[in-house]
Ligand binder design. Sequence first.
Ligand code: NFS
Length: 666
Amino acid sequence: MASKRNGCEGCTDITCISSKQVLAQDIAKNVKTGYDRVQARGMSACLFGSGGTCCRTCNMGPCQIIDGVEEMVGVCGASADTVAARNFARMVAGGSAAHTDHAREMVRGFIETAKGEGPHQIKDVEKLKSLAGVFGIATEGRAVNEIALELGEKALAEFGKQDNTPLTMLKRATPKRQALWSKLGMAPRGVDREIVEMMHRTHMGVDHEVENIMLQASRCALSDGWGSSMLSTELTDIMFGTPVPRRAIVDIGVLKPDQVNVTVHGHEPLLAEALCLAAQEPDMIELAKKQGAKGINLAGVCCTGNEILMRRGIPVAAGFIQQEVVLSTGAVEAMVGDVQCLMPSIVSVAKNFHTDIITTNYRAMMDGAVHIQFDEHDPVASAKKILTQAIKNYKKRGEFFIPQDQKLDVVVGFSHETINYMLGGRFRASYRPLNDNIINGRIRGVAAIVGCDNFKLADDSHVVIAKELLKNNILVLATGCAATALGRAGLVNPEAVKYCGESLAEVCEAVGMPPVLHMGSCVDNSRILIAATEMVRQGGLGDDISDLPAIGTAPLWMSEKAVAIGQYFVASGAQVVFQSLPTFGAKKFNKYLLEGLMGQVGARWNVAQEPLEIARLMIEAIEAKRDALGINKKKERVLFDMAMRRDLTSGSGIGDVGCTGQQRNV
Ligand code: NFS
């Protein structure tokens, strides 16, 4: 079978080797994937939809609006700008809602843990105390679980907060940013409230002014980035352990021919953690052996994969774009999902094989799937029920194909804390060396490559962008499915220094770190906000995120969550580049996103079509920030001497952290 399953004009080849190999097998010949559906649709995407000017907010329409044509406004008189801004803002609300509902579950799980209920413990006490400090919770002389319970309850209250004071964690931002948010009326008050207000204001007949709609969109997005997502990341770290560098493997080759393969797909780590615990229980292993398997092999898909990869070193089988492909191996006994990014098509793909799709969350059902409700009060028992269903399928496995050589080594686990210690050394954790290397020009700046994959676009886009950035001595941070894609290409690995410019390679080699730092799942983009703020706090790179030589991109975004993330990055002062935005049908609104926001929040959205164009734009933006900071003066290049190397590596680096799968609180 040719690699070009989506051979339509304008579409791209499947570049991912493991996907090509699996889909070329005879056993996959009846499988239809997103690539096939893109091909079947051709390039007939509706211009009103893609330009953002299709309005469905009331039943006088749907109204398809043409900017500048008087008779082509909405029946209510809504202009293209109003409609596009409302649609965009609703995407921000949708994405923020997804992160927020996920985060709420994590906070509830955290409270149960603090009460001593369930199988988990408070693992990172240092981080607990530090976050307790942010919430003004006394820690001196108190029991760990007592502090955790107060923190959990205060965190939960952030969701339903009704007064007009800002969310607690906004105080982690730079003083300048906090002052700006407060001046603009952009500081979020309650997480749920901002989403509700966004939906209200974009209801028919309420807010029609682009800037006012976007003011609330920023507030809503910030309630996600600095509110729910950040809470989720921090409390998950405290409960399951803050990630530390560890070796792991990614790609479809992580499936095992002689074990029960269970792929965990979705987002909330409570399910995945419970499955990890249950899979180690002797009765489950015994059951698997009775069925003729050598054991149980858990592998992640999408962001759940990234969560357990970061904290446990459990392999990731696939990112978003490969969820159907991993099933097409015929080697998966069950794909277990909770919420978000599960394509309904996986049920029909699974029907070609012995595979069960198991849904576990009452919020996310699927026709044709087996539903086993995950009981958060008895997580391991639920997980055992799920695993039992999967194990029973092992004997039914027919012909299968695992691309065994397609598994790439990665070094993951770069939480903000890890970066701090790795660069600064165990005894003087600090971003100072990073700042110094940026100021002296060895590292030109920092770029975040985040977000999804997308069947419409070249699936190697992340890789092309990353290689160009590395070549230009820009350090790359990665999260989400972008991080998985970079891992598949061998870039999340110290050996990837071969792709770096000379000076970045020197720094990475001295520290022993990969030039692409895997920072986790999409909710973990909040780690990037904290890391960026810490860089500012260290000094020498301006007094706000908007001064940093740093920029983000989500080149293959597909989910509303990516739009929420983009908006909270921009509202926090970090520029972003997307491949396209559903806004080009509304000139004034589009201009506001691409230019106007700059004057207001010091950052803006950018759009560039081709991966190399995206990379170039990012490099230019970083160099412009360096110019503005006055650090682009020509300096004699300094090569690392032994003393400098010792200085960089003393008591730090991934070498001494080890990759044993053990948690170590940093
Ligand atoms: Ni993020 Fe994660 Fe992947 Fe996109 Fe979906 S899994 S939360 S939304 S597709 S990166």
